[in-house]
Design a protein around this ligand. Sequence first.
Ligand SMILES: CC(C)(COP(=O)(O)OP(=O)(O)OC[C@H]1O[C@@H](n2cnc3c(N)ncnc32)[C@H](O)[C@@H]1OP(=O)(O)O)[C@@H](O)C(=O)NCCC(=O)NCCS
Length: 333
Amino acid sequence: MSRRLAKSVGITATGQFYPDRIVTNHDLAKMVDTSDEWIISRTGIKERHWVEPGVGSSDLGAEALQMALKNRGIAADELDAIIACTVTPDMLFPCTAALIQHKVGASKAFGFDLNAACSSFLFGLSAAASMVASGAYKRIAVVGCDVMTSITDKTDRNTIVLFGDGAGAVIVEEVEEGFGILDFEQKIDGSGAPYLCMPAGGSLKPATAATVAAKEHFIHQQGQEVYKRAVREMAEVSRLMLDRNALDPKDLVLFVPHQANNRIMEAAAKRLELPLDRMANNIMYFANTTSATIPTAMHQCLEAGRVKKGDHVVFAAFGAGFTWGGMLLKWAY
Ligand SMILES: CC(C)(COP(=O)(O)OP(=O)(O)OC[C@H]1O[C@@H](n2cnc3c(N)ncnc32)[C@H](O)[C@@H]1OP(=O)(O)O)[C@@H](O)C(=O)NCCC(=O)NCCS
């Protein structure tokens, strides 16, 4: 059975922001034992953006949100709420949503952070949509912002090549009947926790000199396990979105998978029997920006004129947890 919202709710504007500094594979090859050829062939990534020291996720998120507000033609004080989706909050508390709220001047908004790793944006979007559909809130900003370089070991070739910094934002509101979010599904399986995590710095293992020395404040990943599960779950949940809404893959104008690795994305598209020109793909220039991949990829497809009102779009996410999910939208503008 589809998960139907009580009202037609959808995305009404998007925005994005990346820091200026571009780090190429060649730059990384000077830092760790890797090569442009290895990184491109295994991941599809050519370059990524990195923040300068002193820049946090809220800085990137506030910029992306400003763009989304401008594109929607509204002021920040017209927002009812801000959901900041991030695994790299500026600080453990206060929440990044509060910092973004202050930076953009959203004087009437409340907000909170949501962390479901690379599924954060998708889960945040469905939470915002449900809050609007309840009738309690009119307009919510969902901001996916991550400074992945703050938790990446710059001496570890296994992870340093995969991630980038960036932010994407969307405005969520009631839309014309029959448009917007048609269906969504979200999943979580904590047995996947050991395969992708940051072991220390939380309540279980607070920061000590020993945890820092053991590099436990960085991403730890068993890449192949994550790879296999990501392909399977993103393909299955996307297929579910089509099947239970009686749609054929050829009815899909755009598939927006979490940009984790080009091979994962292409394998998922293949399982969906979807031509690759229907897939959003920006991983080559931005790498995996965690919570920002889906809103930025969607924003770029809109800018390129690849989607128009009424087109069917599927979002699919997969991340640490494990967490994963899919969403079917009939584009509302
Ligand atoms: C990380 C990933 C690209 C590695 O590709 P892979 O084909 O699985 O490679 P393996 O893990 O089998 O590693 C093979 C070898 O390459 C090496 N290697 C890893 N990173 C390397 C790099 N940047 N440059 C060169 N060699 C590298 C490994 O050390 C290993 O060497 P060894 O056999 O001597 O130990 C792949 O597993 C992946 O993309 N996984 C999913 C990651 C992801 O998307 N995470 C976020 C999910 S939200």
